[in-house]
Design a binder for this molecule. Sequence first.
Ligand code: 5RP
Length: 237
Amino acid sequence: MPEAADRDREKMAAARAAALRVRPGTRVALGTGTTATLAIRAIAERFPHGEGIEAVASSRATEALARSLGWPLRSLEEISSFDLMVDGADEVTERLDVTKGHGGALFREKLLARLTREVVLVVDSSKMVDRLGARAAIPVEVVPFAQPVVRRALVDRGLRPDLRRGPDGRPWLTDNANELLDVRPPAPLADPARLDAELRALPGVVDTGLFVGLVHRVIVGHADGSVEERVAPGKPA
Ligand code: 5RP
């Protein structure tokens, strides 16, 4: 695990490389989190006047950031397909399957990723894992009314769900006014697509933080400013 200062340099290197993929007029979906924030700032530095870039934000936090940078944001009413999404991740495998949602924006992030031609994630080297569930819990967004039922169903499947709480001890709410269960599997996942489908089939589950087959490219930053780009199997380089 890199030291915090190195991790910050790694994130910055990845963020700058992702910003180079944006062109004037790109329709871009903006992710959420500390690394996505660096990438958004790097894009704004490259295109201080917007240059026709049209963006939709994946969270209220990113919306506020984009507005503070003077970016005219669009809604899904106005644009519903994107050339590029730039976002962070919590875990990334060799195949570019990913866990996301520690910032709690997983539903909107996953929706935007499904509408995007090229999903590019920016990460520091600590995020690389052999299997998902190895170091991060899997966030699952649930409708509050159904949360106790979903929680019991997860326990019955041998999973360990923890209700995410805010500093006041109350359930933490997503931008969609839903609750989050942070789910730990008994062992790192051999088949994340199957678990994702099983969880999404439970009534009350809105979505999970498992992104399987949705990501095209991951840019891993190094502390010396260089980056390593990985492309998902079967996706164009
Ligand atoms: C938010 C996310 C974030 O992109 C993910 O948690 C990574 O965040 P960071 O770059 O701060 O480590 O999925 O829902």
